[in-house]
Design a protein around this ligand. Sequence first.
Ligand SMILES: Cc1ncc(COP(=O)(O)O)c(C=O)c1O
Length: 396
Amino acid sequence: MKIVEMSYKEKLKREIALFVGCAQDEVILTWKGRVSLYGILQALDLEEGDEIIIPAFTCVVVPNAILYHKLRPIYVDVDPLTLNIDIQKIENAITNKTKVILAQNTFGLSSDLDSIKEIAERHNLLVIEDCTHGFGGSYKNKLNGTNVDAAFFSSQWNKMFSTGIGGFAIVKNPALKNKLNDFEKKLKAPSVKDEVLLKLQLIAKETLGYKSLYWNALKFYRYLSKKNLVIGSSSGGEMDSIEMPEGYLKGLGNVQCKKGIQEVKRILENISYRKNIAAYYDKVLIDLGKGKTLVPENIEHTYTKYPIFVKDRDAFFKEAEEQKIPIHDWFISQIHPITENFHLWNLNPEKFPVSKKLAQHIVNLPTDFSVDNNLKNRIGKFLQTQKDQIIPYEEL
Ligand SMILES: Cc1ncc(COP(=O)(O)O)c(C=O)c1O
């Protein structure tokens, strides 16, 4: 009997399916998470001008995937306590062209899915979950992405787990599932150059963590980036235009799949690590009288990042860099990282004052495996020295 070896793609699909408890053909692999979103929207067969409701606190690649299909992103402001879409404001944004509500797991915290699904049912809309920050988290004991028609995930550099860059979808809706399997088959394979660069970057990331060499490596990375010699999260075209850039529709390569297989196997350990680090930040912030992020009881937060809010972000970043404290900058804009020409993305920033304020003051602390005890304590001490900078959660 001839034994056919499973491909790396199939093996990764099997690991993901086993973890989330879905069928293997409900998992679709793509070069990035945004490509999965693009595929899901394509499978919906919508008409030009149809509207997709999204939170006004997201990454620009989300409205991009919508605009590439000539659909309209319609923004809804967010709740300052959860950083997720404000449920009370969704219905006002619904028109007879609305087709989808997108529920995001911002920084790993699920949106209030029951309320969103109830609104969607009443208006005959579909719900897509943006789980790019929330792989492994859950809402009312249901894993993120398994409780909606379709969901997409990211395994890009700083997400729950990293395959360099990468993404996948989980598609429970049977009609959509077949279309997405066809979509995946048509995606172009990454080039040899793509795979080699990714492999080198993965090795560099694993070796360096946030250790002393990391800071020199970061400068070198920025240099290479300018020379177009790294695989970054986004290409220039995605930041200044709403045209799909060349090479967007790619599949997941073997380098990414192999890494993904290892990472999915340790996702529970990964989440528990992040939760411990987050609990430490909670304590530091509570002791400083600043409160902590709100996590409703029925939600399992994955803490991809730990957001805090500061009065003067530039000064905070400068101080952090001097003290070699790794601080991140998600989402410094309502459609991160865009800072101008918002109209291209159909966004009037002034209409969404909550997300505007959040984007002005947010910084995020790392929670991943690279945060060892030493770094954790240094971050804690740093927060104490920056006490006057930190805005208490209840003042947001
Ligand atoms: C909220 C959100 N949605 C979607 C994405 C897209 O994920 P990817 O970079 O894998 O395309 C990102 C991150 O880049 C994100 O932060």
